[in-house]
Design a protein around this ligand. Structure first.
Ligand SMILES: Nc1ncnc2c1ncn2[C@@H]1O[C@H](COP(=O)(O)OP(=O)(O)OP(=O)(O)O)[C@@H](O)[C@H]1O
Ligand SMILES: [Mg+2]
Length: 508
């Protein structure tokens, strides 16, 4: 098994020094966590390790031997596999075909090139059983959940006999249960003596899984802690963001106005039970529940994205048409969806264009030059406020790091003119702790102008930290409501978990 060593690695992109003299090592049987703000250089390092990028300088060593990977294939042959932030697979092929991609067993001889599907499935079924994953090798990847697709990638890594396996934010789209399964698998790979690298923005998760950790900031390595468990949370955060963060939630009590938004008896095919709630202007309302509790579905009903079977939405006493999102937006209701990346980032457009889309749609007055100036100012404003790491507002959005792309999409919704109700579905997923703090500050400011702000989150400390009031959902119903003063983790979990199963352990 392999000791992995980065020695003085440097990588520059036009206008960005992504990595600046990075050195550290990871050992067999160790899970090494990589921490750092969005754009710190974590994914770039993994892409170098995986042969996707070549470093401008420095050395990569495996067991003391210097390696030069010209392609992902080179890395794989040397025993290195990366499970990337954006998974790479062929959706229309089966599990078995994906795992064995490029080396499917042939029945007679490679000359005929006939693939022996039966043999392939058997081989992969054995390996899946071996790593303790319950998956049908004949299933198509397009039918699987993200978690299952990751399992396929991991199975592939094991079959390729990877001795170094690196994970780039693998849990950002997983449920608690799926995360559990992934962790079990990672621990097993560790016990087998493989060298593991693990990137995440979730500190709890890093503490749970990682033995050691390395912190990055602005392309530099700040420190490696050999025993992560001994390092207090505040220390890690301060090293990541380069300043002390006292209270990241930045909660402020606000003056609340009269009832502004009312949902009365909303229901749909997917949410048969009628649901009602009301909120005041200036209020921040948190929605908590397990994945699948119906929070996103309720918001989609409110926003007109899904068809209502009945019920109504009132804004300032006036009914809001259920004709669809454009009617909701016209009334001032905006939903920033959970899956921001799939729902609408223009990857090849500039950061400024992405931020200004909603304002353009409204066709704000003014000549072309004036408009251009306003757009530039608005873009720069958000780049500064959300600390979006980009060489300029003209940069193509796809060249930004994962978390910075998220911030661009968020900025777009925050820039919506005539905003009255802002609904944010998992607004800080994949976003670093420093930027979370900025986002909380901004949405507190939005609420302070008299808007209703709804935040859906699966991170309990987050909703408890920022909301004035918490609504908890379970199985498509509202199971309870907690005022800020009564809200605690135990109280919220008791409402979120199924009856007769109060084991909070199921969550962690
Ligand atoms: N192909 C590229 N072209 C130009 N710039 C790039 C490219 N890839 C990465 N960058 C820049 O390099 C820097 C480091 O990016 P990287 O993706 O490594 O960050 P990260 O630490 O993984 O962040 P996140 O937590 O948001 O995923 C960022 O400023 C990013 O915009
Ligand atoms: Mg990244």
């Amino acid at each position: 098994m392999s000791v992995l060593q980065f020695d003085n690695i440097t990588k520059t992109f036009p206008g960005v020094k992504a990595l600046n003299g990075v050195s550290f090592e990871a050992r067999p049987g160790q899970v090494m966590g990589l921490l750092g703000e969005n754009g710190a250089g974590k994914s770039t390092l993994l892409k170098i390790l995986g042969g996707q990028y070549r470093p401008d300088g420095g050395r990569l060593l495996l067991d003391g031997r210097e390696r030069h990977f010209g392609s992902a294939g080179d890395a794989i042959r040397a025993g290195v596999t990366i499970i990337h932030q954006e998974l790479q697979y062929v959706a229309e092929l089966t599990v078995a075909e994906n795992v064995l991609l490029g080396r499917l067993p042939t029945r007679f001889s490679t000359r005929f090139g006939l693939v022996d599907h039966q043999a392939a499935r058997k081989l992969v079924a054995e390996q899946l059983a071996n790593i303790g994953v319950d998956l049908d090798p004949a299933a198509r990847l397009s039918e699987l959940s993200i978690a299952q697709r990751q399992m396929v990638e991991i199975c592939k890594a094991v079959m390729q006999d990877a001795r170094v396996i690196a994970f780039d934010e693998p849990t950002s789209s997983l449920s608690h249960r799926e995360t559990e399964i992934l962790f079990r698998l990672v621990r097993r790979l560790r016990a087998e003596g493989r060298t593991l690298i693990y990137i995440s923005h979730r500190l709890e998760e890093l503490y749970e899984l990682c033995d050691a950790c390395t912190i990055f900031r602005d392309g530099r390595k700040i420190v490696t802690h050999e025993v992560m468990a001994e390092v207090p949370r505040e220390r890690l955060i301060a090293d990541m963001v380069g300043r002390e963060l006292q209270d990241i939630y930045d909660y402020r009590a606000r003056q609340q106005g009269p009832v502004r938004l009312e949902a009365r008896g909303l229901h749909s095919a997917r949410l048969p039970e009628p649901l009602s709630f009301a909120m005041r202007g200036g209020e921040m309302l948190g929605f908590f529940g397990l994945v699948g509790a119906g929070r996103s579905e309720l918001m989609r009903l409110l926003y007109g994205a899904d068809a209502r079977r009945g019920g109504e939405v009132l804004l300032d006493g006036q009914p809001v048409s259920s004709a669809g999102p454009s009617a909701a937006i016209a009334a001032g209701i905006v939903l920033c969806p959970e899956d921001r990346k799939e729902q609408g980032i223009l990857a090849h457009s500039s950061v400024a264009e992405n931020i200004n889309i909603s304002c353009r749609r409204h066709g704000l007055a003014g000549g072309v030059f004036l408009r251009h100036r306003q757009e530039a100012r608005r873009a720069d404003d958000f780049i500064r406020k959300l600390r979006i790491k980009t060489p300029s507002r003209e940069q193509e959005t796809r060249l930004l790091s994962g978390g910075n792309q998220q911030k661009v999409i968020l900025a777009r919704w925050l820039a919506e003119p005539g905003l009255k109700v802002l609904i944010l579905d998992e607004p800080t997923r994949g976003i670093d702790v420093g930027a979370k703090n900025e986002i909380y500050r901004i949405i507190h400011d939005v609420a302070a102008t008299g808007c209703c702000v709804i935040v859906i989150s699966s991170e309990l400390p987050e909703v408890l930290g920022i909301a004035d009031r918490l609504i908890v959902m379970r199985d498509g119903r509202i199971s309870g409501e907690l005022a800020r003063e009564q809200a605690s983790e135990t109280a919220a979990l008791a409402l979120a978990l199924p009856d007769g199963n109060p084991g909070a352990a199921a969550l962690h």
